[in-house]
Design a protein around this ligand. Structure first.
Ligand code: PAF
Length: 290
């Protein structure tokens, strides 16, 4: 464990379970409200905004940085996932994060950890569940373990992964965990591109091309005033197909059940899009109806 202290800013870094446990024993009381921000690193302004929200609404903020192998169904995606540990620590320092935990694989998947298993039903059969088999089980496996190790009262997740937030909420209810899930708005660059660690793998040209996602979502908002969900979805599909991106899916869903909307609108209907720029998988979503 080390205390990194520059310009009065301190972040405690723990690189093993033992270091985490020592730090928590020394710093946490039964009164402390722990806020957890689970990440896979390559931190950007989107993560920074999660940490800021956590700092404002809990007493002690833990950020975990762990590229979880069990949630990658594509081995290339796992091996290409960006790693920027030193920069991550610098950013967390500037945000006044209290502790950053870089667990080892054996800390997470230790021989005495058995994920109890969960039946996610439709949540795991639609959109990301359909296109990334096993992904959400991997996410549940790791997040459940991170909850177990850090014992947070609150956990912060970005709405860019809208379906992931639904899955985590479902898991918390399923296991009756005493943890409040705090969803945080998607951070975007000035042009509207949703911030993502995977953007590090895009050229400037690809970043410009990727704006079609944001523009399509914005147009869907306008179209939803005069068209049915099916019509809006068709227009969105066409807009992506007319671009250089390769479309994986567009869906318009009821935000609680994730049921597809076809002929009539629900409140807070969301459009979710996934498309590829080269081999980089881009995901975005937006509420298109109030
Ligand atoms: O959203 C992510 O970065 C990951 O899915 C998470 C929640 C950190 C679990 O590995």
């Amino acid at each position: 464990m080390s205390l990194i202290n520059t310009n009065k800013q301190i972040v405690i870094t723990a690189y093993s379970l033992a270091e985490l446990q020592t730090a928590l024993k020394n710093l946490i009381t039964s009164e402390t409200i722990i806020g957890l921000v689970p990440t896979m690193g390559a931190l950007h302004e989107g993560h920074a905004s999660l940490v800021r929200t956590a700092k404002n609404t809990s007493d002690f903020v833990i950020v975990t940085v762990f590229i979880n192998p069990t949630q990658f169904n594509n081995p290339d995606d796992l091996s290409n996932y960006p790693k920027t540990e030193d920069k991550d620590i610098e950013l967390l320092k500037s945000l006044d994060c209290d502790l950053v935990f870089f667990p080892q694989v054996e800390d997470i998947y230790s021989h005495d950890y058995h994920f109890p298993g969960i039946e996610l039903g439709f949540l795991d059969q639609t959109m990301e569940g359909e296109h990334r088999p096993g992904h959400f089980l991997g996410v549940c496996q790791v997040v459940y373990r991170l909850f177990q190790l850090t014992q947070p009262q609150k956990a912060y997740f970005g709405l860019k992964d809208f379906q992931q937030v639904s899955v985590i909420r479902f898991m918390v209810n399923y296991f009756k965990l005493p943890i409040e899930i705090v969803p945080c708005e998607t951070s975007r660059n000035n042009n509207g591109l949703a911030l993502s660690s995977r953007n590090l793998r895009l050229t400037e040209h690809q970043k410009t091309e990727a704006l079609v996602l944001f523009n399509t979502l914005e147009q869907a908002k306008i179209n939803s005033k005069s068209m049915t969900p099916i019509q809006v979805k068709k227009m969105a599909e066409q807009s992506i197909k007319n671009s250089s991106l390769i479309l994986e899916y567009v869906e318009i869903v009821e935000p609680n059940t994730l049921n597809n909307l076809q002929t009539s609108w629900s409140n807070h209907a969301r459009m979710c899009i996934v498309a590829y720029s080269g081999d980089v998988r881009l995901i975005d979503n937006m509420e298109i109806r109030e």
